[in-house]
Design a protein around this ligand. Structure first.
Ligand SMILES: Nc1nc2c(c(=O)[nH]1)N[C@H]1C(S)=C(S)[C@@H](COP(=O)(O)OP(=O)(O)OC[C@H]3O[C@@H](n4cnc5c(=O)[nH]c(N)nc54)[C@H](O)[C@@H]3O)O[C@H]1N2
Ligand SMILES: Nc1nc2c(c(=O)[nH]1)N[C@H]1C(S)=C(S)[C@@H](COP(=O)(O)OP(=O)(O)OC[C@H]3O[C@@H](n4cnc5c(=O)[nH]c(N)nc54)[C@H](O)[C@@H]3O)O[C@H]1N2
Ligand code: SF4
Ligand SMILES: [Mo]
Length: 758
C-alpha cells in the first residue's frame, strides 16, 4: 500500500470501483439486464403480500429441498409448498437432520423471487473501471463460446496456471470447480477457505494428522471447552445440541471476547479475552493442566512428542502473566483449567474463524488442539473422536472426482504460485492460498478468472482486490446478482440457480447421504452452478470428462469415486437419506492402526504421534512449538502510529440475519439491522461522547468508514465489534494485510482503530 494513500482517497477509490453504489439504484439504471421475473409470471411479487401468489384453489404440492443461505454445511431441510410451480410457503422439514429454519432460511423465498435477481447471462460492453458499467444480455451459447476463446487464448500464451478457478463462500460447487481447474491444467484453484476454516483444519492436521474443528458434546461428555464459536447465530441448528448438553450436566468453558448467547446459555466459566491474545491464553491453560497435574501421563508418554519442550515453554505463562496479556483474570483461568481437567471425558469445539483471524493462528490453534490430547480425551467416547468417516470432503466431493490423482501425476504442485510464500498451506491443500491475488495479478501470474460467488470485500484492504479483479484480461463471474463492488469489475456475469432450483451437491450427515431435487425450475435463464461449470468444461473441449454438461452424470461419477457402491437411484429412492453401512464405532483407533493409511498404530502425522512440536513446521524452517506472538498492531505496543488507535478492531463476528455481504436487501431481514453498526462498550462510548444510535466514524491507519454506534455490554471495554460485508461501510477498508506466515490468514479479529462522533 502506498504511504500517501489517505483514508478518504481510498474510500473514493472504492466508490469508483462500485462500492458506493447501492445495488438497487445500480440495477434500476441497468434496464438492459431484463431482470424482471422470467418464468415467475407477470404480477407475481413476493414483496407485495397483497398480491395473490397463485390461484388459491389450485392444488398445493409439498416438495423438499435444503437451504444454503449461510453457505454452511450441512444445511437445513425445507418443505416447499408449491402452487402453480411457485413456492408460496416454506417450513422446516423433518426428518431432515438439520432444523429448524432460521430467519435467513425463511427469508430465502424473498431472495428466490427478488425482482433484482440476475436472470440471464450478461456481458460488459464498455471498458471496466470506467464509470457505470453497461451490460448487454447474451445467450448461454455466446457466453460459453467467448469463455472458451478467451481462456483458451490465455492458456496458449501464458500457460494454464494463469487462469484462476475460484469459488467464494458458496461451498456446494467446489468439487466441480476443482475438477474443471484440473482438467484445464491449472494449479490455480482457490476458494474462500483462504480466510475461513482452513487454518483450523491444518492446525489439527499438524497436531494429530486429521482435519478437525473439534466435536460437539456427546452422551458421555462431562465437560466441553468452546474456543470461540457462537452457534446460536452462526449455526442455529447446532445450538440446540449445546443447550441439551447443558441440561445433561455438561460443564462448559467458553473462550470469547464477547458475551454471546452461547456464553449466557451454557458457560460455567467465561474466559473473556482480548481478541488476538489467544496464544497467551492457551499457553496459560496448558500451564495450569501441567501445574495442577491434570494431564494424562500415560497417553502423553506413549502417544505424543515434544512434551518436555512444551512444558518448558508454557512454564512462563503463569496465570498472572497471562492476565496482563489477555485481560482474563488469573483466578478465572485457573478455574477454567480445573473444570475441564477434572471432568473427563472432555471435548473441544473450535471455530472456522473467531480467534483464527489473527497472525498467530498457525501456532495458537495447534495449542488449542493439544488440550484434548494432553487430557487423554482424543478418540474416546465423549471426547474428540477421530475418523475415518465417509470418503467425502465437507463440501460433499471426493478426491477421485476432484482428480487429485491427475494433480499429483502431472506435477501441479511444483507450478503453484503460492508454494514459496505459504509452504505449509501448500503442503496441506491442493488449493491456492489466494490472499496474495493482487500480487499474482500484478506480476502477470494470474490473467483470467472463472469466479463463482466472488466478493471483493472478502479479503483485507478491499481496493487492492478490486484492482486485481479489474486488471484481469478476462473474467467471468457466476452469481445470483450483479453486486457492483465486485461485478462492475468483471467482463461477464452468468445467472446462478438458487438452492430451490438445483440438484447438486449432495448433503451428508454422518453416514447418511441426501440428494436434493429441484423444488421448482430455475427462473429466467438461470442454471445451476454444477451445470454451468460442466458446460464451461464442455466448451473447453472436455465433453466426456464433464458428462456433456449433465449434473446427474457428474453426481453419478462423484458417487462412483467414493467406492461405496451407492448410486443416484439409491439416493432418489431414499428421500430421507441413504445410510451407508459402516463399521461399528471404535475408540482409540490409534492403537489398532485405523487412523493411518499405512495401517500402522498411531496418528496420521509424520511421527505417528500427537505432535506438540510440529515436525512439519520445523522441517519448513518455522518454530515447531506453539509460540505466542502479539498481533502486528496491538494495544500492548506495535508501530508508533498504533498509539493513535487505542481500540482493538474485532471484525466479522456473525449476526443472525445476514451472511457476509449478502441478504442486506431482503426486507424480512433488513428490518433487524438496517444500518452498519459499530458495537462498543458503555465505558468506551461515554469516553467518546457517543450514545446508542449516534452517527460515528471508525478509522485507523488504513482508512475510515461511517457507521451507527451501538452501545452494548456484549462487547468488553477496549474492543469494538463490527460485522463485515457492508458495501457502504466495508470494514475491510480498515483491516491490514499482515498475513500469518503459516496459514496465510489475515488479522480480521485483531486490528486497531479509533471511533469518534461523526
Ligand atoms: N473483516 C472480515 N472479513 C471476512 C470475514 C470476517 O470475519 N471479517 N470472514 C471471512 C470468511 S470466514 C468468509 S467465509 C468470507 C466470506 O466471503 P464471501 O465468499 O465473499 O461471501 P459472500 O459475501 O457470501 O459472497 C459470496 C457471493 O456469492 C454469491 N452466491 C451465494 N450463493 C451462491 C451460489 O450458491 N452460487 C453462486 N454462483 N453464487 C452464490 C453471493 O450472491 C455473493 O455475491 O469472508 C471473509 N471475510
Ligand atoms: N448468520 C450467519 N451465519 C453464518 C455466517 C454468516 O455470515 N452469518 N457465516 C458462516 C461462516 S462462512 C462461518 S466461517 C461461520 C463462523 O462461525 P462462528 O465461528 O461461530 O462465527 P463468529 O461469530 O464469527 O465467531 C465466533 C466467536 O468468536 C469470537 N471471537 C472474535 N474474535 C476472537 C478472538 O480473537 N479470540 C477468540 N477466542 N474468540 C474470538 C466472537 O466474539 C464470536 O462470538 O459462520 C457461518 N454461519
Ligand atoms: S442456519 Fe438458516 S441460513 Fe443456514 S441453512 Fe439453516 S435455515 Fe438456512
Ligand atoms: Mo467462513
Amino acid at each position: 500500500m502506498k504511504a500517501d494513500t489517505t483514508g478518504a482517497a481510498r474510500a473514493a477509490e472504492a466508490v469508483q470501483h462500485g462500492s458506493g453504489l447501492s445495488r438497487r439504484s445500480f440495477v434500476a439504471g441497468a434496464a438492459v439486464l431484463g431482470t424482471t421475473l422470467g418464468s415467475g409470471g407477470a404480477g407475481f411479487n413476493i414483496f407485495h403480500p397483497t398480491e395473490a401468489f397463485a390461484d388459491e384453489n389450485s392444488p398445493i404440492e409439498i416438495r423438499r429441498t435444503y437451504c444454503d443461505m449461510c453457505n454452511h454445511v450441512p444445511k437445513c431441510g425445507i418443505n416447499c409448498y408449491v402452487q402453480e410451480e411457485r413456492i408460496v410457503r416454506v417450513e422446516s422439514s423433518a426428518p431432515y437432520p438439520a432444523s429448524p429454519l432460521c430467519a435467513k432460511g425463511i427469508a430465502s423465498l424473498q431472495e428466490l423471487y427478488d425482482p433484482e435477481r440476475l436472470l440471464s447471462p450478461v456481458r460488459r460492453t464498455n471498458e471496466k473501471g470506467t464509470g457505470s458499467p453497461e451490460w448487454e444480455t447474451i445467450s448461454w451459447d455466446e457466453a460459453y463460446a467467448t469463455i472458451a476463446e478467451k481462456l483458451g487464448g490465455i492458456k496458449e500464451q501464458h500457460g494454464a496456471d494463469a487462469v484462476l478457478f475460484f469459488c467464494g463462500d458458496p461451498k456446494e460447487p467446489r468439487g466441480a470447480m476443482q475438477r474443471l481447474a484440473t482438467l484445464f491444467g491449472s494449479s490455480s484453484y482457490g476458494t474462500e477457505s483462504s480466510v475461513c476454516a482452513a487454518a483450523s483444519w491444518m492446525c489439527a492436521q499438524m497436531v494429530f494428522g486429521q482435519n478437525s474443528m473439534g466435536q460437539d458434546p456427546g452422551d458421555a461428555t462431562k465437560s466441553c471447552l468452546v474456543w470461540s464459536l457462537n452457534p446460536a447465530w452462526s449455526q442455529p441448528n447446532r445450538f440446540k445440541g449445546f443447550m441439551a448438553a447443558k441440561e445433561r450436566g455438561v460443564k462448559f468453558v467458553v473462550v470469547d471476547p464477547r458475551v454471546t448467547p452461547l456464553v449466557s446459555g451454557v458457560a460455567d466459566v467465561h474466559l473473556q479475552l482480548r481478541p488476538g491474545s489467544d496464544g497467551a491464553l492457551v499457553a496459560g491453560f496448558i500451564n495450569q493442566l501441567i501445574e495442577q497435574d491434570l494431564y494424562d501421563k500415560d497417553f502423553v508418554a506413549e502417544w505424543t512428542v515434544g512434551f518436555d519442550e512444551l512444558a518448558a515453554y508454557v512454564a512462563e505463562y503463569t496465570p498472572e502473566k497471562v492476565e496482563e496479556i489477555t485481560w482474563v483474570p488469573a483466578d478465572r483461568l485457573v478455574e477454567a483449567a480445573t473444570l475441564i481437567g477434572t471432568n473427563a471425558p472432555s471435548t473441544l469445539v473450535t471455530s472456522s474463524k473467531g480467534g483464527c483471524h489473527t497472525t498467530n493462528v498457525g501456532h495458537f490453534q495447534r495449542a488449542v488442539f493439544m488440550i484434548p490430547a494432553l487430557l487423554g480425551c482424543l478418540d474416546v467416547a465423549g471426547g474428540l473422536t477421530l475418523g475415518p468417516g465417509l470418503p467425502f470432503d465437507y463440501a460433499a466431493s471426493t478426491k477421485g472426482f476432484q482428480l487429485e490423482g491427475v494433480y499429483e501425476e502431472q506435477g501441479f504442485q511444483g507450478r503453484r504460485h503460492d508454494k514459496d510464500e505459504f509452504p505449509v498451506w501448500a503442503k496441506y491443500y491442493k488449493m491456492m492460498q489466494t490472499v496474495n491475488l493482487p500480487e499474482y495479478v500484478k506480476d502477470g501470474k494470474i490473467r483470467a478468472g472463472v469466479l463463482l460467488g466472488i466478493n471483493s470485500m472478502m479479503w483485507p484492504d478491499t481496493p487492492l482486490y478490486q484492482e486485481a479483479i479489474k486488471s484481469l484480461e478476462f473474467s467471468v463471474a457466476i452469481d445470483y446478482y450483479i453486486r457492483p463492488w465486485t461485478h462492475d469489475l468483471v467482463d461477464m456475469v452468468l445467472p446462478a440457480a438458487m438452492c430451490y432450483e438445483r440438484t447438486a451437491a449432495l448433503s451428508i450427515f454422518g453416514r447418511k447421504i441426501f440428494l436434493r431435487q429441484p423444488a421448482v425450475k430455475p427462473l429466467g435463464e438461470a442454471r445451476e452452478d454444477w451445470q454451468v461449470i460442466m458446460e464451461i468444461g464442455c466448451a473447453l473441449g472436455y465433453e466426456d470428462e464433464c458428462f456433456g454438461g449433465s449434473v446427474d452424470g457428474a453426481l453419478e461419477e462423484l458417487l462412483k469415486t467414493t467406492g461405496l457402491e451407492v448410486t443416484l437411484d439409491d439416493l432418489r429412492n431414499n428421500p430421507d437419506g441413504f445410510e451407508v453401512p459402516g463399521p461399528a464405532p471404535e475408540e482409540r483407533k490409534y492403537e489398532s492402526g485405523k487412523l493411518r493409511p499405512d495401517g500402522q498404530p498411531g496418528f496420521g502425522t509424520a511421527s505417528g504421534k500427537v505432535e506438540l512440536v510440529s515436525t512439519v513446521l520445523t522441517g519448513l524452517g518455522f518454530e515447531g512449538l506453539p509460540i505466542y506472538e502479539e498481533p502486528v498492531h496491538s494495544p500492548l505496543g506495535g508501530p508508533a502510529e498504533d498509539a493513535q488507535y487505542p481500540l482493538v478492531l474485532n471484525t466479522g463476528s456473525r449476526v443472525p440475519y445476514y451472511t457476509h455481504s449478502k441478504l442486506r436487501d431482503l426486507p424480512w431481514l433488513n428490518q433487524f439491522m438496517p444500518d452498519p453498526v459499530v458495537r462498543l462498550s458503555p465505558k468506551d462510548a461515554e469516553a467518546r461522547g457517543l450514545k446508542d444510535g449516534d452517527d460515528a466514524r471508525v478509522f485507523n491507519m488504513q482508512g475510515e468508514i461511517a457507521m451507527k454506534a451501538e452501545v452494548t455490554n456484549m462487547v468488553m471495554p477496549g474492543v469494538v465489534d463490527i460485522f463485515h460485508g457492508w458495501h457502504q461501510a466495508d470494514v475491510n477498508l480498515l483491516t491490514t494485510r499482515d498475513f500469518d506466515p503459516i496459514t496465510g490468514f489475515p488479522p480480521f479479529s485483531s486490528g486497531l482503530c479509533e471511533v469518534a462522533k461523526a
